[in-house]
Design a protein around this ligand. Structure first.
Ligand code: ATP
Ligand code: MG
Length: 247
């Protein structure tokens, strides 16, 4: 129904999720608009990764509603989810590269899944283009074990962007990286927004990184939203938990 249509690329409404008896997310409502980078801040165990997993329907909500591109994902089967997921890229916490295959095969993984008959020149061209974008083209034939932490993250981002997604979800893209390498990752996230108008959610607990990429921020505490606004609002917040977090 037309008047039921939600604004935003991702819309989460009164979402709750429990693992067994543990309430991990509680009555969460938020919208991600096209072209914005929404940063989700929050301490360990706040429910940040769980929220991302719900949005890509790796797990299913206990209560409430999640729409992605106006599709209510609770009602979609795995097969119906596939075209939706192909419009999304994921950079998992820890990178999650396959260690036994080359950088090129990691990055081009989705190309081979989507088109098992893809020609080698076509594969190489597409992978090279993305590797050049993340300034990692010299590592085409290398293996993940040969890479530094920051390089692995860039490869994880390249893998997430090879299908030209409209949404990218990043789970702690700078964790374990030094500030200089983190800055490079943040610049890449910003380039993807500015040059390709990609809508992103970035989960992090590093304030500096949050401020570098966010067009808007929210903070989760024990599965509840305790803040929503801009960087300046966050610094000025009177909420005791937010204050603890930003000092
Ligand atoms: N597969 C699971 N089974 C049971 N409980 C889980 C599972 N995954 C996560 N949890 C619990 O859900 C809560 C939220 O976990 P989640 O991974 O979403 O937190 P997070 O905010 O991403 O934390 P971190 O910053 O440490 O990555 C935690 O209490 C965690 O123990
Ligand atoms: Mg997490």
């Amino acid at each position: 129904m037309e008047n039921n249509k939600q604004n935003g690329v991702i819309h989460v409404e009164n979402l709750s999720f429990t693992y067994g008896n543990e309430m991990v997310l509680e009555n969460l409502t938020l919208t991600v608009e096209k072209g914005e980078t929404l940063v989700i801040l929050g301490g360990s165990g706040a429910g940040k990764s769980t929220l991302l997993r719900l949005i890509i329907a790796l797990i299913r909500q206990t209560r409430g509603k999640i729409t992605v591109f106006d599709n209510d994902i609770a009602y979609l089967s795995e097969r119906q989810l596939r075209p939706l997921r192909s419009r999304m890229g994921f950079v998992f916490q820890g990178g999650a590269l396959f260690d036994s295959i080359t950088v090129a095969e990691n990055v081009g993984y989705a190309l081979r899944i989507n088109n098992p008959k893809i020609s080698e020149p076509e594969f190489r061209k597409a992978v090279m283009e993305i590797l050049e974008y993340v300034e990692m083209d010299e590592f085409y034939s290398a293996y993940p074990a040969d890479l530094s932490g920051g390089q692995r993250k860039r490869i994880a981002i390249a893998r997430a962007t090879i299908t030209h997604p409209e949404i990218i979800l990043y789970d702690e893209p700078t964790s374990g990286l030094d500030p200089i390498v983190s800055k490079r990752i943040n610049q890449l996230i910003n380039r993807l927004r500015l040059e390709q108008n990609i809508t992103s959610i970035v989960v992090t607990h590093i304030l500096q990184d949050a401020f570098e990429v966010a067009t808007r921020l929210v903070m989760l505490k024990n599965g509840r939203l305790v803040f929503e606004g801009q960087s300046d609002d966050l610094l000025l917040s009177k909420d005791p938990y937010v204050q603890q977090f930003v000092r």
